[in-house]
Every structure is written in structure tokens, then in C-alpha cells.
Ligand binder design. Structure first.
Ligand SMILES: [Zn+2]
Length: 243
């Protein structure tokens, strides 16, 4: 009988404990999710800061079908962003570049032709050419040589070293919306669940041109604001590093 009682007590205690774990969220707190290093080969994935700052970044523009729509949402929400432009697109749509600049956004270089700059077996010339021609195309329209460079599609150690030796800061990302693969309203949820201070959020102009996706973009900004995040340009985020 005594054995049965002890088993009974054991199960009672265990049940109460398990109930407590289920009913009190965080009572068995997991360690904070491990995050990647803030930099890789000297390129910036995110900025280490306690401040609630994040940067929205838009790649591959200017896009004749989408950039003005993105600018309209950002303007309505009084939010600055960073646009990484492709030199060839800049030459085709200089008015859109002026529009980005006139709206107070930051402009970065996303290469001249968007060709892949990895696995070049140490060939620096192609990388330097893409960086310089891209920067020159932007500077001809804006009057300013961009400091930030985002590599097209992929990066490796050689590419980052060559670009940095040109005096550019290589900017990657820490929160990839994958909007180039799947442009859907679900991106809003993914950002809300995964965003952290100092994040650089990767997006592409072309996903956000439709009225429906403009709404989603506005919702993303509202979500971030409701959690007290402030949206800033990449350069502003960089200057908050360590704060
Ligand atoms: Zn790109």
C-alpha cells in the first residue's frame, strides 16, 4: 500500500509540475536563440545594438513597375529606407533614381549588371569593374558616390575583400523575406515573428508594386512601429553600432 501511495504522490507532483509548465509560458525558458555573427569576412549582416532600430532594404531597382509604389508607401508612413540599385537600371530609369533621392532615402550600389561576383578564382578585375561602373552610374544621376555595396545574389571572402579595398562597405542582411521567391502577404507574419534590434531586412522593389502588396508593406511598417521599432537607413543603423 505504501508503494502505491508513493507512486500516487509522484504522479500528482509530476502532473502539477507539467501543468505549471503548460500554463505559465516561459517557465522553462529556452536560452536565447543563437544568432549568426554580425559580420562575415568584414561584411555586415546586422548591427549589434540594444536600440530598437531596423533597416528596410530594397534591391534590384529602380523598377519601372514597382519603385514608385514602394516610395508612396514609405512616404505615407514617413519611413526612410535604403535602395540598392543596379547600374544598368539606373541608366534606364534615372528619373526614378531622382525620385528615390528626393524622398530622402539612402542609395547603395548593387553592381552594374547584377552578375555573380563569387567563384572568380581571385579575379579582381571583374569585381572592381562591377563596383566602379555601378557607383559611377549612380553618381552621374545623384551627384553622390555610394559608399554601401550589396553583392548580387551571393558573396564570398575574395569578393568582400576586393570590394572593401575599393572603400565600400559591404552590406548583407539578417532577415531575408525571400520576396523574390514567394511574394505573398505571409511575409508580414514572418517579419513580425523574427525581427530583432539591428536587423537589416532584405526585400526587392518588384514584389511590392501591386496595391495588395502595398497594403502588406504598410502593415509591416505598422507592426514594427507598434513594437517600438524605429525604421532607419543602413547608414544610420551602422552609426548606432555598439549603442
Ligand atoms: Zn539583386
Amino acid at each position: 500500500m505504501a508503494g502505491v501511495d508513493r507512486r500516487g504522490v509522484f504522479w500528482l507532483v509530476t502532473s502539477i509540475f507539467l501543468l505549471g509548465v503548460i500554463l505559465v509560458p516561459g517557465s522553462l525558458a529556452l536560452p536565447a536563440q543563437a544568432r549568426w555573427e554580425a559580420k562575415v569576412y568584414g561584411a555586415v549582416r546586422y548591427v549589434e545594438t540594444e536600440l530598437p532600430l531596423v533597416a528596410l532594404t530594397f534591391d534590384d531597382g529602380p523598377d519601372p513597375h514597382a519603385t514608385e509604389a514602394v516610395l508612396a508607401v514609405l512616404r505615407n508612413h514617413h519611413v526612410p529606407a535604403t535602395f540598392f540599385l543596379i547600374g544598368e537600371q539606373v541608366e534606364m530609369y534615372p528619373d526614378l533614381v531622382r525620385s528615390i533621392q528626393a524622398n530622402g532615402h539612402e542609395i547603395g550600389n548593387h553592381s552594374y549588371s547584377h552578375r555573380l561576383l563569387t567563384n572568380l578564382n581571385g579575379n579582381k578585375a571583374v569585381i572592381i569593374d562591377e563596383v566602379q561602373k555601378g557607383a559611377a552610374a549612380i553618381a552621374r544621376v545623384t551627384g553622390r558616390v555610394p559608399v554601401l555595396f550589396r553583392p548580387p545574389r551571393r558573396y564570398d571572402e575574395n569578393m568582400v575583400a576586393v570590394v572593401r579595398a575599393q572603400g565600400s562597405e559591404v552590406i548583407l542582411w539578417s532577415l531575408d523575406t525571400s520576396d523574390w521567391r514567394s511574394c505573398t502577404p505571409a511575409i508580414r507574419d514572418a517579419i513580425r515573428k523574427n525581427v530583432s534590434p539591428g536587423d537589416i531586412i532584405l526585400m526587392h522593389d518588384r514584389c511590392w508594386g501591386s496595391p495588395a502588396m502595398q497594403q502588406v508593406l504598410g502593415g509591416i511598417i505598422d507592426d514594427l512601429r507598434s513594437r517600438n521599432f524605429q525604421l532607419v537607413t543602413v547608414s544610420t543603423l551602422l552609426s548606432a553600432g555598439g549603442k
